[in-house]
Write a protein that binds this ligand. Structure first.
Ligand SMILES: Nc1ncnc2c1ncn2[C@@H]1O[C@H](COP(=O)(O)OP(=O)(O)O)[C@@H](O)[C@H]1O
Ligand SMILES: [Mg+2]
Length: 256
């Protein structure tokens, strides 16, 4: 089992992660400005936006990897740093140890405080979930890109998080490998785990998302039901994005 029970009605589910007037600036530049966002238990949210809009930066702030200049990130109503948030992050490039697949899983289990007696069964479960049982003894670095990303996702899931943050996890994968990662995400969703995922692919956004956050130049340009917004964008920024028109990160259209 990945987790407790599926969340029946995500719109009524408790808020896991929340930002209040979250802002981040560096070198005198405002990179994220006044963000008020929330992620509910069991929900599937996609973050879209042009390159440089601040998507990765937002995820890093939400995961506590960097601190905001002003505003707050709250986990279940408490400041992130005091809350032991039950969340895990998956990056575009898998972060793996130069050891076997199984050793990576065992290390992740130990790091998350899983008792030694439970580790063998939990490792087997994680390998099965990633369809990597037959590659358990292989060095992680010889796996294909898709297999490495499935392993990274399995490592993120070993701590039984309630929320997964994913930053373009399939950006360098072919369609079959992308499908395998999406299958794992679907299983996680079925187990009640919320996902917040950055992607550049509108097709993928529709497959893995119910809610949309569209970022433009460090601001939330749109937030709401994903299919509705992609079909009928309200903002010029999202309309340009859905029509494949090129934009500068600041939202101005390119002159061609
Ligand atoms: N830790 C940081 N310090 C300073 N500038 C940063 C930092 N992280 C990202 N940036 C800048 O913030 C902007 C948004 O970056 P990013 O979040 O990576 O965009 P994207 O939407 O493509 O993921 C870029 O101009 C980037 O150079
Ligand atoms: Mg990015």
């Amino acid at each position: 089992m990945l987790q407790a029970a599926p969340v029946a009605e995500p719109s009524l589910a408790p808020v896991l992660l929340e930002t209040r007037a979250l802002s981040f600036s560096a070198g005198g530049r405002s990179l994220l400005d006044g963000m008020d966002l929330s992620v509910r238990a069991g929900s599937r949210t996609v973050i879209l936006g042009p390159n440089g809009a601040g998507k990765s930066l937002l995820l890093r702030l939400l995961h506590g990897l960097i601190a905001p200049n002003s505003g707050q990130v709250l986990w279940c109503g408490r400041p992130l740093r005091q809350a032991c948030p039950q969340q895990a992050m998956v990056f575009q490039r898998p972060v793996l140890l130069r050891r076997s697949v199984l050793a990576n899983v065992r290390f992740a289990l130990k790091a998350r405080g899983v008792r030694r007696a439970e580790r063998a069964a939990r490792a087997e479960e994680a390998l099965h979930r990633a369809r990597l049982t037959s590659l358990a003894r292989s060095p992680a670095r010889v796996l294909s890109g898709g297999e490495q990303q499935r392993l990274a996702l399995a490592l993120a899931l070993v701590g039984r998080p309630r929320l997964l943050l994913l930053d373009e996890p399939t950006a360098s994968l072919d369609p079959a490998s992308t499908y395998a990662v999406e299958q794992m995400l679907a299983e996680a969703h079925g187990a009640g785990i919320a996902t917040l995922m950055v992607t550049h692919d509108a097709g993928q956004a529709r497959r893995v998302g119910d809610d949309l956050i569209f970022l433009q130049a460090g601001k939330v340009a749109e937030v709401g039901p994903l299919a509705t917004l992609l079909d009928c964008p309200r903002s010029e920024a999202l309309r340009a994005w859905t029509e494949g028109r090129l934009m500068f990160p600041n939202g101005r259209a390119l002159p061609f």
